[in-house]
Design a binder for this molecule. Sequence first.
Ligand code: BEZ
Ligand code: MG
Length: 579
Amino acid sequence: MSGKLSVQTGEDRDRRVLELWERVVEIEQRLIPTGLHVFGRASDEPECADLLRVVASFDRPESGARALTDLVAEGLGLGAYEGLLASKSENGLRERERVDEIVRASVSIFLREGVERACGLLETEARVPAVESAKVFALLARIREGLRTSAELDGLARALRGEYVEPGPGADIVQNPSILPTGRNTHAVNPYSVPSHTAYARAERVVGMLLERHRAEHGRYPRTMALVLWGLDNIKTQGEGVAQALWLLGVRPVRDRLNRVTEVEPVPLEELGRPRIDVLMTVSGIFRDLFGATMMLLDKAVRCVAELEEPSEMNPVRANISEQMSADGCAFDEAALRVFSNAPGSYGTNVNFMVMDSQWESADALGDLFVTRKCFAYGRDREGRALEGREARGALARSLARVEATYQNLDSFEIGITDVDHYFEYLGGVSKAVEKHAQVRPAIYLSDALSRDARVRSLEEMVRLETRAKTLNPKWYEGMLGHGFRGVAEIESHVTNTFGWSATADAVDGWVYEEVASTFVLDAEMLERLRRLNPHSARSLVARLLEAEGRGFWDADAETIERLREIYSRLEDQLEGVA
Ligand code: BEZ
Ligand code: MG
């Protein structure tokens, strides 16, 4: 945990202990992948239990099943589970743990002894009517069957033979259990159906939390934000990221007579109850390729808001555009550019490669690279001509200079901000670019809109949570080490991705590096395991820790650094001996 423990009164201490307890529960309950997916192999029992428990903690209207957590909380007379999640009292936390424990027990009985016994347990322990719980377990039984069936090898062989592969939706299992069985031909979404009604409704809540959090910490709403939008996320969530951008601007999607989202209309300010937010959207190459119509919609939304005659404190989009037009003497079309991506045919920011290869001297270089890669504007001009990725470096820089907060939506339990290098290349990259052009580091937020307890977190909080729940969690790293050399590479890559958040956003506490060093390197037995399984990744991990210290991300004591250097040379010598 960050910050010093300053205890003044008994009341203070109790509050602090409760906060710590809540964080421990949060880490404990976080669904993490334990080990890599092995192509063609179905989920094992513990993994199956974890997944089913999370699936069962959401209402499933399509199956007529209610969330088990709600059924248990209500059966125990504790009201809605939502209320327990919001509660900050000791009692609330204990009750929540009690509900979670009963849900956990019922899922494990279901797996071992079947539906009837599981319903029986819930009836005795929590007075849950069997008619309700039976619907949940009927759904879980179908999902379990789907998890047992892996059509992956068969699907691959068919594809290689040029045969028909049955299509299936792309999502994660918690959002949409009908992705099972895996091994089918993942189909995307129709861009004209995005955002779905559900995505738009869910986005309102997350945007509300995001803006309230910023206001609580900074005294007012941000006037301008930068959002990262990815293609696969918006497929999985039917456009939650897109819907969040629309809500920030204060517009709603409008469907035409073919039920296609082709227009937007403003939500009146009285209804919105807050100022509109100016939104800069940096979208991935995949988003650009899959969601061409959506890029046009987002551009249209900005232009629509810019035309509204509203006071400048309530409509920063209009105010910023007119300020830019008079200061720079530029046209409306230039000042209204907000949707940026790579040049046509190009993908990614390359910020990840620059970080991983240690190819940067000053942090500005990372932000500059982001701008170089992402300064291509999409949308239409006033005459209706498509821009098709016109280079607009100046317009992007102008927009970045106004940004106060950056944000990305997390779409899946399966991949978090330290699992892959793409989160830091995008959200870290845009934040670093803002820092250069606005001359101040933005507030950086993420949300996992997916979890039952949807939360907006600061990047720093998210890095701490990922570190505790994954990198330093024996359940996670032992799962990885079970995969041999690839597992060590995964551990090393988590450390490098964490380092990426230091490089791009200065968002990693020193204790993270300290504990990574003591867990994986300074523990002789662990180091020997890593070295035997994968000496190259073991060496890279030590090198990354030394680089973190060298770049000032970690204030390690001299003795630790000395030991790391010795270990590094030893690993290096051994590798040379092998070569
Ligand atoms: C995307 O879905 O847009 C995406 C996926 C991986 C890396 C970056 C973007
Ligand atoms: Mg991309």
